[in-house]
Design a protein. Structure first.
Length: 77
């Protein structure tokens, strides 16, 4: 994608994100073409956000019942 420097300035953050995703980006200023390339591409794992899990049931009440069911299932094998 080649665009003018004014458009680059207006959409800098959005365009930088697109360049990070691998899309080639270049802009023209005073007749000179500049290419915007990230130094290194971050891994997909680096962009993950941590999520907290919350138990909605009382773990203490369900655990003995679940264990009993598991023991029955394994006994049948």
């Amino acid at each position: 994608m080649e665009l003018g420097i004014t458009k680059l300035r207006q959409d800098l953050f959005r365009l930088a994100d697109r360049a990070l995703e691998g899309e080639p980006l270049s802009f023209v200023h005073k007749g000179v073409v500049f290419r915007l390339v990230p130094d290194s591409k971050p891994s997909k794992l680096a962009r993950l956000t941590r999520q907290t899990l919350v138990a909605t049931e009382a773990d203490g009440d369900l655990l003995p019942e679940m264990q009993h069911e598991w023991e029955q299932d394994w006994a049948e094998l």
